[in-house]
Structures are given as C-alpha cells and as structure tokens.
Design a protein around this ligand. Structure first.
Ligand code: MIG
Length: 688
C-alpha cells in the first residue's frame, strides 16, 4: 500500500508513472517530522537489527546503516569510503525488520540521509527544501515494498539484446585504425566482442553530433565495416555544447533560447572539454525535443547506441569562479606564520570544479516557470536521458537503441540505463560494484554496470580477471579505462586464453541472463537480489552482502580479493557448485546448506545452482549475432520435476507480449527417472 504526502509546493519531476496513488491523510506514519526554518527533518527510530536498503548508486554496502549520504549528482572520480555523493541521485529507502516500509523522497534538489551515522539507531532524512513529495510504502517484506515501488515508477528501459555482449572501451581510441586494431586483436585471439566505444576523441573539437573528418574520413562506411565484423560502435554525447560561431547546434540553441541562463538573461557559460560551453536547458520541453532530434545525425550514419556523459552537469570551472579566485589571490596577504591561511588558499584553487555556487547561479525555463538550477540539480542528467529516449521513440520507433547515462534521477530509468561513472582499478571498487547492483535494481536501473577493471588508476591482470568474472553477470559488461592509465584491454596483459574463457561463459549464459533481465523489466522485478529477498526467514542470509541471486536459478559469490584462491560462501539451502574454467570446461560439487570454503582460481568463475532450478546454457560465440539458440544444455540440481520458462525475442523490436516469446524447459519424472524436455529446443541434461 502506497500513500503520498505533499509538502509545500513541489517541482514536478516525472519520477512517478502511476497516476492512482492516494494522498495520505492525517499524520505521517512511522516517521516523525520536525520543522526547522521552512525545512523538514524526517526521522525514523531503527531497531537494532533493521536493515536499510536502497539509495541506488550510493557508497558503502547493501545495508546503508552507519553512513551519511547526500543526493546531489556529483562528478567525483575519487570514490573513497567517506564520499557522500556519486553520479546518481536515488532517494528510495526500504527499512526491513519487524516491519517493511519504503520511503521515496521526490525532491530534485539536494537531500541528505543520515542513516545511523550521527546516532546509531536514528535515520534522519533532510530534504534541502520544504517543497517535496513523500511516498510511504507498506509491504509484507522488503521485496514486496520494492516491487510496489517499481510498479509505481513505471517500466524500466529495455536494451537491445546485442548490448548484452562484451563491450570494449577506453578514453583515447583516436581514429579508425586504432579501433580496427582493437577489433582485430579480439577476433584474432578469439575473445568475444560486440561493441567498441567512441569516447570524446571521435568528435571534431569535442562538438556534440560531429565526427572528425580527419580521423573518420567516411564514418558511415566505417560503421558498416565494423558491423560486418559483428561490432557496433557506441559514441559518447556530452551535455555541454561548444561555443563556436557557425557550429549549428550552438547557433540554433542560442537563437531559440534553448540554453541555461544567468540571472541577467545571458546564456550561462562553463568550462568543460570543448572549452567555453553552454548547457542545453533539458528542463525545457522544446530544448529536449531539439537536442534529442540531433541524435538522428549519428543514427543515420548507422549508430545504434549512445552513452550520455558529463550531465551532472560536470563543470571544470566558470569565469566567475576563476575571477573570484584571482581576486582572492590579489587580496591574499601571505604570512608564512599562518598555515591555516595557506590551506585556505590551496582549497580555494583546488575546488574550482562543480562548485555549488555555480550551480546556484544559473536558471532553467521549465516550460514557463523559471527555476534555479540548484533546486533541480538532480534532474539535469535524467532529463538529458529523457530527451534522447523520447527522440529515439520518434526517430526509430520500432527499434530498441542502447542508451545509458552517467547522471540520473529516478524516472530516467524509463528512458535509459546508467553506468556508475568513474571508479578506480581498486579491489574495493570491485566489491562496491557487487554490492551496488541490487540497490540499482531497487531504484529501477536494470541495464547498468560499472567500468570493469576500473576507470582510473592502473589495473592488474588478476584484478581485470576477477572483475570480469563478476561482470559476466551485469547487463552492461564493458571494460573501460581512462586515458593515461595502463592499457586495460584483455590482450594487454600477455596470455589471453583466460580472458577468452571467462568471456565465453558470458555468451553461454546470455540467453538465461537476457531472459531474467527481460522478465524482471517486464514485471517490475529485480535481476540482482539480496539473499534475504528469497530466503526471508534465514537470519544469517539477511546479513550476507557479497553474494547475490542473479535471476531465479543461480546465486553468485564472486572473489574480490587479490591473491585469494577461493572464498567463504554461505549457502541458504543445498546447492550445486559449478566452477567454470570456460563455457564448456566445468567442475561440479553438490554442497549442503551452511558455510563452506569454495576454491576458485583466478581464471575460474564460481556459480551456484539452486535446488530444483534449471540453468540453460548455449554454446558460446564470438558475438551475439552468432549465438546458436537452437540447442541448450540444461544444468540442474533436482530431485523432482521442475521447469524454467525462458524469455526469448528478436532482441530488437518492442514485441514483448507474444506468447511465442516463452520457451519452456522441463525436467519431467518418469518412473523415478528425470529427463529433460522442451517443445521448442534441442536439449541435453546435466543433472545432479
Ligand atoms: O572528464 O570522456 O565518466 O567514462 O571516459 C572526463 C572522457 C570525461 C568521464 C566519463 C568517462 C569518459 C571521460 N569522461
């Protein structure tokens, strides 16, 4: 049951899709409210063993207790443990204990969450303004609360099937030849590959919707050439538009007043990659339609997917900020005896980027209403995604496009996926990636993933292997790294056999993963679930954070520590342990409920099959277009008849409802003997 409470005069956000939510009457339940200077603090007294789930793309664990968080989309590539804001802003929490209650704070400005940080049992939520909408969800369990929430916010964006292939990216692929080389080296070594990313270097002078003639002399032909090798190119689009006379996007935006404005009515200027840039006013429907229509330029060249970047929006500096710093230095009376003064100076000069003061200095025209950016900060990237998503529905109405964004706010999950931005090649970020996936699913983000191997810092061979061993389960499976770091392609660490083998497991699993992803999208369910969601009465399972259920048939327990030869795993029931050395080379062991040490070498993928469930596997392939789905091996740990309903479609169109899209795989019992059966596929059974 969901109740809505409206505070003050909230700005509409497009987060909620349902139109039949009842307004709560009388006092707010569960939470106490304190009013302070027009703002409201919402407090909840937690029981000792309450778990607090949620917050989507946020720091720390699955259980958010013990941390301080701030929803304010931030470009911060240094995601250390104390950081409070990442790239997304997802204000949904679920309290799971004696009661199960969800709360969603629909507020597009800053909101802070103190979840047992100041006082261990107090949860305090502070919206930065008195104008917001609160949704309170009561459920039978945390899982039930999540499903109600998901139904309320509407169906998640659905990616094309090819986007489940392995994708290779790096900031600094400079030209056609460099990309040809990336593809050649994958194909030569038999490492499967479905896409290569174009980072900002493909553009002409970092100008959106342009392609450098010099580096890509015949872009459409190059797109086709790659396509003929089973590879799609995925270009980046940045939020900022370069200020340059004669550049059509700049000229049009300026002429029609489609950029964000300063208080004096002039177009706001920030320094980003192209140098001086304007920000399109994505809060304005005309600006959205206009910017969205520009994607057509690249779609016409054969492009089938995009990633939207720098849309927090990220700003390196502003003229105002620089002027302020210059003035500060001019007035600075340096005294060697005052270290405090020195640190003040240093701080002033190193915090020129993404200044709150700059975010407070420009304005949007929300279809007639002028709003200060700071008040709707968290919507900016979300509305850029919306602009693209709505445009694709016009430009290619019958074809799914790949789309994901860096900044996000709940609501944008209906238009695109997200990646989790600039992480680092740190083991701790592999663990963070594991723990974040269920939280993202709770908030509607189904097509998502992290930069595998880590974006910043130098990756090592073992870190990339371990990260890929987890990444084979995430819908977005992309190796991406920053310019200037150690090369991070699978072939950059010598011997490639292990990489090939691990990625081959992804392609065997792909029909299952796609099926579970699609079913979860279509029914508002999750792909990655905490153990508690399936084993609610198991008190130990509720505390496990580094094992996840992936769809209905399997549990994963990734290894995330360097030099580990395996790890401890808790089994909430008897399961079949399967270790993949490659898609076809496997070891099996039946394991009983309880705690076990499981061996898993650096080149092996550990996986668990649940009791009386079926995992369908196909033969691996070099790209998704080549996957043969006529034959399946069914791996099962079963002592009675069971069934797996696999969802399968063309992977391109929006034809989701045909009954033809379901393939039954059955294990049937005949005079005490279990055999596999499928009306639609050739099947072979591996039974334990
Ligand atoms: O300021 O386009 O998160 O994935 O490679 C850095 C260059 C801008 C940030 C993105 C990253 C991308 C990079 N971008």
């Amino acid at each position: 049951m969901i109740k809505r409470y409206i505070y003050g005069n909230p700005i509409p956000t497009n987060a909620v899709a349902a139109t039949d939510i009842e307004n709560g009457e009388g006092e707010l339940q569960y939470f106490s409210e304190i009013e302070m200077g027009g703002k409201i603090i919402l407090s909840y007294a937690m029981n000792d063993d309450d778990i607090v789930y949620g917050l989507g793309e946020a720091n720390r664990g699955l259980n958010k207790r013990g941390g301080l968080y701030s929803s304010y989309c931030t470009d911060d590539p240094n995601q250390t443990e104390e950081k409070q804001s990442f790239y997304g802003a997802h204000n949904f929490l679920v309290i799971s204990g004696m009661i199960s209650v969800g709360v969603f704070i629909d507020c597009p400005g800053e909101v802070t969450f103190d979840i047992g940080y100041t006082s261990p049992n107090m949860l305090n939520i502070k919206p930065g303004t008195g104008d917001f909408v609160l949704y309170l969800i009561e459920g039978k369990s945390a899982y039930d609360v999540v499903r109600q929430f998901r139904a309320m916010i509407g169906r998640s964006y659905i990616a094309p099937r090819w986007a489940f292939g392995f994708q290779q990216s790096r900031w600094s692929y400079m030209d056609e030849d460099e990309i040809r080389e990336v593809v050649r080296r994958h194909r030569e070594k038999g490492i499967p590959l479905d896409a290569v990313y174009l980072d900002i270097d493909y553009m002409d002078g970092y100008k959106d919707f342009t392609v450098s003639d010099e580096r890509f002399p015949d872009f459409p032909a190059f797109v086709q050439e790659m396509r003929s090798q089973g590879v799609r190119l995925v270009p980046i689009i940045d939020a900022g538009v370069k200020i340059e006379e004669g550049y059509d996007i700049y000229e049009e935006g300026r002429q029609h007043g489609l950029f964000c404005k300063r208080s004096d009515g002039s177009d706001f200027v920030a320094g980003v990659w192209p140098g001086k840039t304007h920000f399109p006013d994505f809060m304005n429907s005309n600006a959205r339609a206009w910017f969205g229509s520009k994607y057509k330029v690249l779609i016409d060249a054969g492009i089938e997917g995009f990633w939207n970047d720098m849309n927090e929006p990220a700003m390196f500096y502003t003229e105002e900020g620089i002027e302020e710093a210059k003035q500060y230095i001019a007035d600075f009376d340096f005294d060697c005896g005052d270290p405090g003064k020195y640190f003040e100076l240093a701080g002033k000069l190193t915090h020129m980027s993404n200044r709150k003061k700059d975010y407070e200095s420009f304005y949007h025209n929300m279809d007639g209403t002028v709003v200060c950016h700071d008040q709707v900060h968290n919507l900016y990237g979300a509305y850029m995604t919306r602009a693209a998503g709505e445009a694709f529905a016009q430009i290619v109405p019958d074809k799914r496009m790949l789309l994901f964004s860096r900044a996000s706010y709940i609501g944008s999950h209906r238009y695109g996926g997200i990646w989790t931005g600039d992480n680092q090649s740190w083991w701790s970020h592999l663990l963070m990636n594991i723990k974040m996936m269920p939280s993202l699913n709770m908030c509607g983000y189904m097509y998502s993933g992290a930069d595998l191997g880590g974006f910043g810092s130098n990756c090592t061979r073992d870190l990339l292997l371990r990260w890929l061993e987890f990444g084979i389960f995430t819908p977005l499976m992309r190796d991406h790294s920053a310019q200037g770091t150690r090369r991070q392609e699978c072939y950059a660490f010598g011997e490639t056999e292990d990489f090939k083998n691990i990625i081959s497991v992804r392609y065997s699993l792909l029909p299952y993963l796609y099926s579970e992803y699609m079913k979860a999208c279509l029914s508002g369910d999750m792909l990655f679930k905490p153990l508690e969601f399936e084993y609610p009465s198991d008190n130990f399972a509720r505390t496990v954070e580094d094992q996840l259920l992936v769809g209905d048939s399997i549990m994963i327990a990734p290894v995330y520590e360097q030099n580990a030869v395996g790890r401890y795993v808790y089994l909430p029931e008897d399961m079949l342990y399967v270790v993949f050395r490659s898609s076809s080379l496997r070891r099996y062991q039946v394991m009983s409920r309880g705690l076990h040490f499981i061996p898993a070498a650096v080149n092996e993928v550990p996986m668990f099959i649940r009791k009386n469930k079926i995992l369908p596997l196909c033969r691996t392939a070099q790209c998704t277009d080549q996957i043969d789905t006529s034959m399946f091996e069914l791996i099962a740990f079963a002592d009675s008849a069971c069934e797996y309903r696999m969802y399968e479609d063309d992977g391109i169109s929006y034809n989701f409802t045909s009954p033809e899209n379901y393939v039954p795989f059955r294990i049937v019992e005949n005079e005490g003997v279990l055999t596999a059966d499928s009306s639609k596929k050739i099947v072979k059974l591996t039974l334990y």
